[in-house]
Design a protein around this ligand. Structure first.
Ligand code: TTP
Ligand code: MG
Length: 356
């Protein structure tokens, strides 16, 4: 079989880069997009930080109060989801034109397969440069692209020289590229798996590649085969839109813990409305709803329910969320409430009904 040529493209500090572009005064300054820091008392999290802000140790998912402590002189901005979705839609539209197969993975990330469209990795590199220029010309934003014979290596490569990177890994270079990298670079190997592998003396992908699958079995079970073949640079997954659109949804950290039942109901309604907006903007339908609750002592619980068919209307989201909420024993203050919609499917058309 002919070698595939796959791009993974990921926009650089996407939300904050858009904010910097919209307000040229912010260019070159440390920008944090996320919850209101409230002079260090804010309780939400950082969505993303510009590379200038990252120098201070600020990063995605960090408590906004910590970000404020690390960098009080940063410019803190609220999340403007609608704006970012519009920009994302335009970029995805532009990428699609170059693809034989295309797969959007998140708001700022996509796989573009160009096998057959270009004849060599050198030509692919030229195409990637043109795509970068086109995005920069039209949107004044930079991205990083990885080119490789499969999705996993392309994704690791796009992250390799961020921001504004272009990393080309030809078929013969895959194992050499991966070998010195930490095992955590393989998607799916999180902190716990890294610890377990470290205990076996395996810290690099190269070591994992030469490990006997049987040695991993006691800890990783059937996953062991996938781990070793991933480390050897094997990934047969196709590029295509299908089940990989993961989930949408929102969570809200409250300024003060919620203790009253009435306020809790109100909060569920609000978060449901935001999650619904994400669904509409992504032109999606959902089957599974997960309700997440974090108590004042950070104990976090979640409950999920799957519907028999796909839904896209606000009424269903609110109904399922209320039903799941009633299953929780609420005996202490609530700090955070989240709704995730998963098991998604693209919808053909948004009807008036969906807005209700
Ligand atoms: P990422 O691509 O993970 O991050 P990024 O584009 O900000 O930075 P990088 O240059 O490292 O790619 O995520 C894309 C956007 O998704 C990001 O701009 C904001 C949003 N996001 C969150 O809201 N919360 C999160 O925890 C993460 C990781 C991302
Ligand atoms: Mg990104």
């Amino acid at each position: 079989m002919a070698q595939r040529i796959i791009f993974h493209l990921d926009m650089d500090s996407f939300f904050s880069a858009i904010e910097q572009r919209e307000e040229p005064e912010l260019e070159g300054r440390p920008v944090v997009v996320g919850a209101d820091p409230r002079g260090g008392k804010g309780r939400g999290v950082v969505s993303t930080a510009s590379y200038e802000a990252r120098e201070y140790g600020v990063h995605s998912a960090q408590p906004i109060s910590k970000a404020y402590r690390l960098c009080p002189q940063c410019v803190f901005l609220p999340v403007r989801h609608r704006l970012y979705t519009k920009v994302s839609d335009r970029i995805m539209h532009l990428l699609r034109k170059h693809a034989v197969n295309f797969q959007q993975v998140s708001i700022d990330e996509a796989y573009i397969e160009v096998t057959g469209r270009v004849e060599s990795y050198s030509q692919a590199e030229g195409l990637a440069r043109r795509i970068k220029n086109e995005i920069h010309g039209k949107e004044k934003l930079t991205c990083s692209i990885g080119i490789a014979p499969n999705k996993m290596v392309a994704k690791i490569a796009s992250d390799h020289q961020k921001p504004d990177g272009l990393t080309v890994i030809r078929p013969g270079e895959v194992e050499g590229f991966l070998a010195p990298l930490r095992v955590g670079k393989i998607p799916g190997i999180g902190p716990k798996s890294q610890e377990a592998l470290k205990a076996m003396g395996i810290e690099t992908i190269g070591r994992l590649a030469e490990t006997d699958v049987q040695r991993l079995m006691p800890h990783f079970g059937r996953e062991s085969h996938r781990l070793v073949s991933a480390a050897r640079g094997v990934d047969e997954r196709e590029v295509g839109e299908g089940r990989e659109v993961k989930s949408v949804g929102r969570q809200k950290t409250f300024q003060e813990d919620i203790t009253e039942e009435e306020n809790l109901q109100g909060a569920v309604e609000k978060v449901a409305e935001q999650a619904h907006r994400d669904l509409i903007e992504g032109r999606l339908l959902f089957k599974t709803l997960t309700l997440i609750i974090r108590f004042s002592d950070f104990e976090t619980l979640s409950r999920a329910k799957s519907l028999k068919s796909f839904h896209g209307d606000l009424r269903s989201i609110k109904g399922v969320a209320r039903e799941l909420l009633s299953e929780f024993q609420v005996h202490k203050g609530i700090r955070l409430l989240g709704i995730r919609l998963s098991n998604l499917k693209k919808r053909q058309q948004v009807t008036l009904d969906d807005y209700l």
